[in-house]
Design a protein around this ligand. Sequence first.
Ligand SMILES: Cc1cc2nc3c(=O)[nH]c(=O)nc-3n(C[C@H](O)[C@H](O)[C@H](O)COP(=O)(O)OP(=O)(O)OC[C@H]3O[C@@H](n4cnc5c(N)ncnc54)[C@H](O)[C@@H]3O)c2cc1C
Length: 377
Amino acid sequence: MVLAERFAAHGLKCTILEKRPHIGGNAWDCADRNGVLYHPYGPHYFRTNSRAVREYLSRFTDWQHVDYRIKSWTHGRYWSFPVNLETFEQLIAKPATEYEFKAWLAAKRVPIEHPQNSEEVILSQTGHEFYEMFFRGYTMKHWHRHPRELDPSVTARIPIRTTRDDHYLREEFQALPSLGYNHLFEQMLASSPNIEVKLGVDFQDARNHFEARHTIYTGPVDAYFDFRHGRLPWRSLRFEMESFTPDRLVERESIAGKKHHWQPAMQVNYPNDHDYTRIVEIKHATQQPSDCTNIVREYSQDDAPGREPYYPIPAPDARAMYEKYKLLAAVEPGVSFVGRLATYHYYNMDQVTAMALHEFDRLTAPGGPFAGLASHR
Ligand SMILES: Cc1cc2nc3c(=O)[nH]c(=O)nc-3n(C[C@H](O)[C@H](O)[C@H](O)COP(=O)(O)OP(=O)(O)OC[C@H]3O[C@@H](n4cnc5c(N)ncnc54)[C@H](O)[C@@H]3O)c2cc1C
């Protein structure tokens, strides 16, 4: 969509083919039957350190700043999470100082100088206790692989802090589009009459019926090449949304600690209980004024025909297969492979936006197929 907006703004006709019945991919949001916004494809917490990305998207939306906070549920209670001094105090059931927590961690840490996998990352930082409480079960449920089989990056993303700082994310700009993502996407599309959107169209069916000077491909790279080197493995997800009217929230309010809410934080992880990995109540973040709310339970599942691919598997075997497709993509004439599915890499929204802006610059640079079109800046 970013590339369509950029090229359309410079006078070129762009057609977006989307197999789903809506625009915006996984970041799309909508309202439930009570008018409460939710994220049907899992929570999308926008954050970025990139001024260029923020300025570009701010052309299409205002922002509502959000302090993203989450909790973890295990051993029959909610825990402060990511691990911080308060989590430690909950564990030892008494107040503690940062110094005491650091000393405890130093005694518990497994001495691993260069962690080689996701298990070693956590063991080397916190030892076995927190690893078992918060990480092992969640990682197994989410990836269906043991943390030992996964790259260090999977658990390295989650901070361990000895202060009381329980912020989930670190980026300097953390906000949601004031009127939601769908509104932001609609503003992008409305910015030029040169963009046409065709919903419910699968690129694989349509590819031989379309003439295009250039194709921006955002689908799975293995499908583009007819699975020539085999099927890339993905984790898929299933989402279950439940809406609540005020009468159904009365008994939840003491748990949520807030009127008209269902749970005590925007996101609660379930590393060891239930089949779902997390429950998200995005109203904590949107702060939508409503006496209703909704939650989305998220279940991780294997990839299978008919299921959406969500997460590329961050493991050496999967990466090796992707490398073969990457070579094919690099020499495919007239096609840019952009985004998570096409590059077999998990990216956040700001990273995908930056990737698209960069691709626009590349295509319009001297010597590129669209040399002469102005830069996006
Ligand atoms: C559960 C989950 C949570 C996330 N949380 C966050 C978050 O908190 N913060 C954040 O910044 N990012 C988050 N992301 C990442 C975010 O979704 C992506 O960065 C963003 O959607 C942009 O990705 P994309 O354009 O590469 O892919 P998508 O948004 O998936 O877009 C690709 C589009 O191509 C379509 N498509 C695929 N194949 C075909 C085909 N053959 N024909 C036609 N259309 C096709 C798909 O239907 C889809 O609409 C999350 C992702 C997931 C899955």
